[in-house]
Design a protein around this ligand. Structure first.
Ligand SMILES: *[C@@H]1O[C@H](CO)[C@@H](O)[C@H](O)[C@H]1NC(C)=O
Ligand SMILES: *[C@@H]1O[C@H](CO)[C@@H](O)[C@H](O)[C@H]1NC(C)=O
Length: 349
């Protein structure tokens, strides 16, 4: 896959960052004299306070925690809240390095993050939507078909080569625990760690056509596959690169193009490549489904048990439901992390 070589990041960046905790520091540390205001299409946000490391925190390469998320104008409010929640609950917030994946080269996104979180280490990476354009099949919900939704498949190619492990988070999450606990999971040789749901009926994620064709369904033969949600994953990026998982996931997307073997978006090809072969993480790290189902986004209540992460997967998003003044009870758990500055009445239609 020679075409990846042009996106791999210059070694120069690595040299610049030798003395720093996170490679992103080399760019975010530079203060420019020009202040750029967010463009009118982007919502505007309050500046988050500075969060500082506790005394027990190290400051070496080995102490850094890599978090990747997508960055998109429509979900920006969610991303901002998610970042704030992580910083707020971290013992060592300065060790967090954020890798944002964006489908557009928008300098405004950069300045929006910078003005909201002047103290975080971050860098924006370009995800080229053309990599997936011919590979996406229509799913049951239009939002799932956005190319950026597939960016997580390409993490291993987009991130600089010195990133060996990364946590991937969707933009509709709130972390209410120290993310270092998730970061520290022992992958035990697996390429991905995530909460696993073995009580969910796995059969339902694939079509009859899939299950009735042994050439396809035999892929699960030697595994005991369980559903997992790709909105929260710890990924061994080195192993992913070495074992060519991008190609495995892409191959299933091409099968889907021809045979329609599932109905959802970027999730099923991940299940096909990895289900039954991941490191399970405690369910507290993904209280998912708070956005309701894929059709109506009805209110859902919390599952019993301790919670480290809340996830508004499904159609309903807390910021939209709060704005519409018809929030679900769980949306009030999201609201305290909302940095949206609602003074911009001239944006209203
Ligand atoms: C973001 O802004 C910084 C300066 O604050 C700059 O060095 C960097 O190249 C910008 N990144 C992108 C992706 O625009
Ligand atoms: C799972 O769903 C399939 C397809 O609807 C059904 O045939 C099967 O009985 C279900 N399995 C369980 C354990 O409920």
């Amino acid at each position: 896959m020679a075409f990846w070589s042009f996106i791999s990041h210059p070694k120069l960046l690595g040299l610049l960052s030798l003395l720093l905790v996170c490679p992103a520091t080399s760019t975010t540390g530079i203060r420019l004299g020009v202040v750029r205001w967010p463009s009118p299409e982007l919502p505007s946000f309050r500046e988050a306070p500075a969060f500082r490391n506790g005394d027990e925190c190290g400051s070496t390469e080995a102490d850094r925690i890599n978090v990747a998320m997508t960055l998109d104008a429509n979900y920006l409010r969610g991303t901002m809240a998610a970042v704030l929640s992580m910083l707020q609950h971290s013992t060592c917030p300065e060790n967090l390095c954020f890798y944002f994946l964006s489908a557009h080269d928008l300098p405004e996104l950069n300045s929006s993050i910078k003005s909201t979180f002047p103290y975080i280490n971050f860098k924006i990476y370009q995800f080229n939507p053309n990599w997936v354009r011919g590979k996406i099949s229509k799913s049951i919900r239009k939002a799932l078909d956005q190319p950026l939704n597939y960016a997580r498949i390409y993490l291993a190619h987009i991130l600089p080569s010195d990133v060996g492990r990364v946590i991937y988070f969707d933009s509709d999450i709130i972390v209410v625990d120290d993310v270092a606990k998730l970061w520290g999971v022992d992958l035990e040789g697996k390429v991905v760690a995530a909460p696993e749901y073995c009580h969910a009926n796995f059969t339902l994620y694939f079509t009859k056509k899939f299950w009735s064709d042994p050439k396809l369904s035999n892929t699960f033969k030697s595994r005991s596959p369980c559903y997992f949600n790709t909105g929260v994953m710890v990924m061994d990026v080195d192993k992913w690169r070495r074992e060519g998982y991008t190609n495995k996931v892409e191959t299933w997307m091409l099968v889907q193009k021809i045979k329609r073997i599932y109905h959802l978006g970027s999730l099923p090809p991940f299940l096909l490549a990895l289900a039954g072969n991941i490191k399970p993480v405690d369910h507290r790290w993904n209280q998912h489904g708070l956005g309701g189902d894929n059709f109506e986004g009805k209110c859902r209540s919390l599952h019993p048990g301790p919670i480290s992460l809340l996830h508004w997967s499904g159609k309903g998003k807390p910021w939209l439901r709060l704005d519409s003044r018809k929030p679900c009870i769980v949306d009030h758990l999201w609201a305290p992390y909302d940095l949206y500055r609602s003074t911009s009445h001239f944006f209203e239609e």
